[in-house]
Design a protein around this ligand. Sequence first.
Ligand code: SD4
Length: 294
Amino acid sequence: QPTSPVVISTWNHGLPANEAAWNILGEGGKALDAVEAGVRTAEADPEVSSVGYGGWPDRDGVVTLDACIMDHNSNAGSVAFLQHIKHPISVARKVMEKTPHVMLAGEGALQFALQEGFHKEELLTEKALEAYNKWRKTSNYKPVINIENHDTISMLALDKEGNLAGACTTSGAAWKMHGRIGDSPLIGSGLFLDNEVGAAAATGLGEAIIKTAGSAMVVELMRSGASPEEACKTITNRIAHIYKGSPEMEYLQVGFIAMSKDGTYGSFCLRSGFNYAVRSSEISNSLIDASYKI
Ligand code: SD4
């Protein structure tokens, strides 16, 4: 049912994130401000082990963060492999607004953040360190499906003016190789938006989403007339086809959320267990189970 404003975001941690976004959208604020404020709640929450502060580290015990943001003018900003900064999404927004570039990575991204007044913090919590030490006993790289019902937080919003914005932020796959970058900071993979058509964002195994340019493809299908859910389903099926028979299939999970220009939204994921949160003037903040393939 088309409506505006409206905001959707991935997983359980989408509920508090939507609340923060709605404080802005409900007052007639901008989608861009809403998505930034929204995903910051997950970044700051130490109980969310897959985003920002409290995120599980890589296999060397280092927390490295990926994030990106995009607005209705197709402006985009992104940070990858960023360390020690609690709010990578806000650094990504600064990259978008204050530099001639779209993406900064690693040491350079950190330097830029410090110049912009962000502070260096220890992001590895006691709890994350415990999880890491436990993992080290086996050191087996096998992503966990639907990890404690949270993973990347991706958020899409449509504001009162009819403008879309999107944000995506994560600590990436736990126990990843040091230096690994996922889909979440990559415009077109973790997030894509075309204000004339719609927006899409992803969660799940980043490698699979990158290989299919997932979010960009979802938006292109919507341009050709697919509904948000149909578009998400087609790309999820494409991923399943590519991975069919591979060892990764055992732990593969991907999920997409999408929203069209008129506020229609939908989702699809590979395996059951993925849900997303919706908030609009008609719908009080609630979780919806995504349709799934297996
Ligand atoms: C990534 N999509 O970095 C993110 C989150 C994740 O297993 O860890 N998925 O791939």
